[in-house]
Design a protein around this ligand. Structure first.
Ligand code: ADP
Ligand code: MG
Length: 358
């Protein structure tokens, strides 16, 4: 998928802007507060129907407007053109695929697979497990379209079981235990297979940036896998009842990155941690291209805050060879470094929410 034309309405200080991006790399530079992150945010919203930096969509909508809109003309790898749109106000979301309204965020996500690097991305390996589960499930979701239905069945069983636990009426909990075990095992299996596929791609990309001899990616299932998942649910029923929710299962799943037999976040430098995260995100995009011939969109906000000069050059070099569309921001044009090797890129200047190609 490639964005051919992008229209942005009422996102932060951008009131109404349209531009035709390059199908390779797009650079945006401008002073602090000019609206560069707002552009990245707009593209992110088009693919995920949420912001990457604010939990409340209200703060994203321009203060003098009631709703924001992002639309794009896209081209799928088979050449088919597709129109995507998302309209959000502080309560409702409306997604459009080829001018057909849909309530499903997943329709947008399939149509516009994207990954983002921004100044807080290192939290992927540093913060709680939620981000890593989202990362993992994004990968599985794009790798195999059957995953989503199984994940939804699992989620439903979990909600039902938790409702029974909360109301302390567990006479029929067995029914939901069975569902939870059935779909939970499937979800876990998908994640396991995905990590196995991802690992070699990740190691290959990481080798472009740093030399680390021993790396291990380990899946944590969310329960003690030396025991049967069903048995664990039965054994922990008192504990689950006391707190009113299910403590074991893939909703508690996670993955760990080990470097030289130590957890990466406790061992590597902050700079190396960023490179590990960037490589993990690039690996998901690369795997999507390798296995399904899907071209994704790679967003990088605040390029110079993320990496030193040498690694910025290495990353640009990798991105220019990888088949994907890229959007990168920085305050100075010179932050992007030497662009001689990059073919067909476009440079945009951003000022007071206006975007002009230079
Ligand atoms: N809801 C909003 N309505 C109008 N302006 C906003 C809103 N939220 C943020 N802004 C302003 O939009 C400008 C652009 O923000 P941002 O995209 O983060 O800038 P940059 O990334 O270029 O530093 C800032 O000056 C900010 O104060
Ligand atoms: Mg910014």
């Amino acid at each position: 998928m490639t964005l051919l034309k992008l229209d942005i309405y009422a996102i932060r200080n951008i009131l109404k802007e349209s531009f035709i991006p390059s199908q390779t790399i797009n650079f945006f530079y401008g002073e602090n507060g000019s609206g560069k992150s707002a552009i990245i945010e707009a593209i992110f919203i088009l693919g995920r129907a949420k912001s990457f930096r604010s939990t409340s969509i209200k703060s994203v909508i321009n203060i003098s407007e009631k709703q924001l809109v992002v639309c794009a003309q896209t081209q799928q790898p088979n050449g088919i053109l597709m129109h995507l749109g998302v309209q959000l106000d502080s309560k409702n979301i409306c997604c459009h695929v080829n001018h057909q309204a849909t309530q499903k965020r997943s329709d947008l996500a399939y149509a516009l697979p994207l990954q983002i690097i921004h100044p807080k991305s290192f939290e992927l390996l540093d913060a709680g497990s939620q981000l890593r589960r989202e990362y993992l499930d994004w990968g599985v979701f794009n790798d195999d379209e059957c995953f989503l239905a199984n994940w939804r069945h699992f989620k439903r069983a979990l909600l039902q079981r938790n409702a029974l636990l909360k109301s302390k009426s567990i006479t029929h909990i067995d029914v939901w235990n069975k569902e939870l075990v059935y779909y939970g095992t499937i979800v876990n299996h998908y994640r396991e297979l995905y990590l196995q596929k991802l690992k070699p791609v990740f190691l290959d990309i990481l080798a472009h940036f740093i030399e680390i001899d021993e790396i291990e990616l380990k899946l944590l299932s969310g329960w003690d896998i030396s025991k049967d998942f069903g048995t664990i649910l039965v054994e922990n029923i008192d504990y689950d009842l006391r707190y009113g929710f299910t403590h074991n299962g893939p909703h508690r799943g996670d993955f760990q990155l080990w470097v030289n037999n130590r957890l990466a976040k406790d061992f590597v430098s902050r700079g190396q941690l960023k490179l590990l995260v960037i490589s993990l995100k690039l690996a998901q995009m690369q795997l999507l291209k390798n296995t399904r011939n899907i071209i994704g969109c790679f967003l990088i906000d605040d390029f110079s805050a993320e990496l030193d000069v040498v690694n910025r050059a290495k990353l640009l070099n990798y991105l220019s060879k990888m088949d994907c569309q890229v959007f990168i921001t920085a305050t100075e044009q010179s932050d992007f470094g030497d662009l001689k090797q990059i073919i067909n890129y476009k440079m945009f200047h951003v000022e007071h929410g206006n975007i002009k190609q230079v």
